[in-house]
Design a protein around this ligand. Structure first.
Ligand code: DX5
Ligand code: ZN
Length: 218
């Protein structure tokens, strides 16, 4: 499947959000990623569904929401109503994750599942029938601008093998420390969706950086 570049707006300049989003779009951004943090599941607080509504006013690119929150089911309907089409709860957040994923598909959105760096990749097996994507965290979630954890590369390779044996249509997303330098190797390892915050929005020229990353991931 075609690789997709998904800038994370966490690193955008919120005083100039529309300007930054437009620049990423001109460079060819395929999707936009919303990092939802509750100060409980992760040690940081970001924003809620209202930002998804705001994004729907400034871009027609699809949106995904990465739910770093303890009670994802309380907010899933609101994110879907706001126009988010792909939702990634964390597998570590709910003991009944199957129910959470089911809620996403029942409400008409596509479901992904997120794995923290120390969560075994085999844990995706239980929700395999409902998901379209697995998001591999390549940093500990909570903050942008962290360094890529090197073992994530190997986890992506192994996850690709596992998914090929179970359900080959499932895509792999990678999030955290994705840069122009490592994106080519991440593609070779088997990732399909590349989520990047600081590498895109802290670049001197956002449009140019998106273009360069898209070229490098091919
Ligand atoms: C981290 C978030 C990431 C973050 C990525 O908790 O899930 O999406 O925005 O930021 P960078 O690309 O700067 O590592
Ligand atoms: Zn994220």
């Amino acid at each position: 499947m075609k690789p997709l570049l998904t800038p994370s707006i966490l690193a955008a300049d919120f005083a100039n959000l529309e300007r930054d989003i437009n620049a990423a779009e001109r460079g060819g951004a395929d999707y936009f990623h919303l990092d939802i943090m509750d100060g409980h599941f992760v040690p940081n607080i970001s924003f809620g569904p209202w930002v998804a509504k705001l994004m729907r006013k400034i871009t027609d690119r699809p949106l995904d929401a990465h739910l770093m929150i303890t009670n994802p089911r309380e907010y899933i309907p609101e994110f879907i109503e706001a126009g988010v089409e792909l939702i990634y709860p964390h597998i570590e957040a709910s003991y009944d994750i199957y129910r959470t994923v089911q809620m996403i598909t029942d409400h008409g959105a596509r479901a992904g599942i997120t794995l923290n760096p120390a969560t075994p990749i085999s844990s995706v097996e239980g929700v395999i029938d409902l998901i379209d994507a697995v998001l591999v965290m390549s940093v500990c979630p909570g903050f942008g601008g962290q360094k890529f954890i090197p073992s994530s590369m190997d986890r992506i390779t192994k996850l690709r093998e596992l998914l090929d044996s179970l359900k080959p249509s499932i895509r792999i997303a990678v999030d955290g420390g994705v840069t122009l330098e490592n994106i080519g190797n991440l593609r070779k390892a088997g990732a399909d969706f590349f989520i990047a915050g600081s590498a895109v929005f802290e670049a001197p020229d956002i449009e140019e950086r998106v273009r360069a990353m898209k070229k490098a991931m091919k």
